[in-house]
Design a protein around this ligand. Sequence first.
Ligand code: F6P
Length: 554
Amino acid sequence: MRVTELPIWARLENAKSAAEAVSMRSLFERDSARFERFSRRLALGPSGSLLLDFSKQRIDEGTLSLLLELAQDACVLEHRDRMFAGERINTTEDRAVLHTALRNRSERPVHVDGEDVMPLVRQALAHMREASEAIRSGAHTGFSGKRITDVVNIGIGGSDLGPVMVVEALAPFTQEGLRTHFVSNVDGTHLHETLRGLDPETTLFLVASKTFTTQETLENARSAREWFLGRAKEERHVAKHFFALSTNEQEVTAFGIAKENMFVFWDWVGGRYSLWSSIGLSIAIAIGMDAFEQLLEGAHLVDEHFRTAAPAENLPLLLGLIGIWNANFWDIGAHAVLPYDQYLHRFAAYLQQADMESNGKGLRADGDSLGTDSGPVLFGEPGTNGQHAFYQLIHQGTRLVSCDFLVAANTHNPLGRHHTLLLSNVLAQAEALMRGKTEAEALVELANTSMPDERKALLAKQKSFTGNRPSNFFLYDKLDPRTLGALIALYEHRIFVMGSVLGLNSFDQWGVELGKQLANKILPELEAGAKAGAHDGSTTALIEEVRVRRGLTQ
Ligand code: F6P
């Protein structure tokens, strides 16, 4: 049954209608304990704690309990338990969903088809430790005996976005003299510009692809190998400079990478949930395996919390339900992730795939339509940059955007007043979105100016803000591997909760297939001597135009 057909859905719609008349300002005025009521803390061991403030959402106690009822009626927690138990909840691909096993730091076994996968996970981690330590210490050298100075991860989507985001986020933990690069785009410019200035003798390539059939990655890997052999000359040297991170041994071998240089993972790890697996080898090399394991610990803390905390205390559950409340009841079609943390400058790009590839679907897992909207558009930039770009629309546009603000209380780089300024900005933005500014307040601000009253009235209109724009606020002590692991896992489970409520399969991605199929059809039509095949008038004309501009037709 569609979630929208559950009686609780109609009750929530009524609650939304009633809430329209209530401003967030008045909710705060009425209840001095609103912050305590609508915030939660999650202990992160040696990394302090994470505070989630969701008091600047358009909810009250009544809505919150209705949302928790929705979770119950939509069987979200049963679905969660089935995921952790290794059931094949990715039904369209007939796979279990167990990225949580990759960061299971407990002794608890995790079964897939009756087999405990934890020994395999530990073995894969040991392999990563051995390789990353050898590279970091200089024990693993290039073919000419020189130390590796540059690691190039070649991968795309989940085999790129997670690793690059984490390596950037944890820059203060990286080793001097060992640089990490990421090549994803099939546009040759990406590889060319990355390799410019690198030395084949001291460069290690990690070819990261779950399937090892992805067009972009294989093309980049082939060109990288040519570049490398241009200097190394002999095929046998490839072994020291090319590692494969994949589930597909057959394709890895066919590509010419030896089995011992393959770092494995399994089909029960979704691509966009794979940074915790061997796909994270670039992270382990950059920050060291101990720090990588702290990242896993942070995620494990959140997994345990999600698995066991009471619903009203359960952060991912609350975040997911608030996400549904905003997107499906208030019709807020866009969600902005706004880290006031320069180290998280790739966080929104990473979450774009995690969220939109997971929940950007119009059908339920049983094939029926959702009956409501799919997950929202996700975007974001670090603060304060975003303030000078798209915040105008967030404050005064007619389309509503829900926001997540993230900030560290303390910085890795104490420099003058920078961090205090950063903090004042993020706090101000969340306050401004909630409070807004009435026309009367704007008029008071203009009172002492000499302009005519008419102009004052006009300006007061332009300078007023509706407010009532919802945001979550995440505050952590300092961005370290454990905190980052926890943040990522929180978002992963938020996505899970939203997908579960909607009844869709968050773990397949059929929507990316059509473009791939058509690109394969068009590819030969762009070669010399070929003709455009059967397409619509626009596509045929564009193919022809490209051929003319490239000198492929007489
Ligand atoms: O294009 C979608 C996708 O399948 C993603 O889900 C995945 O992360 C990416 O391609 C890369 O896939 P692979 O790791 O198999 O190369």
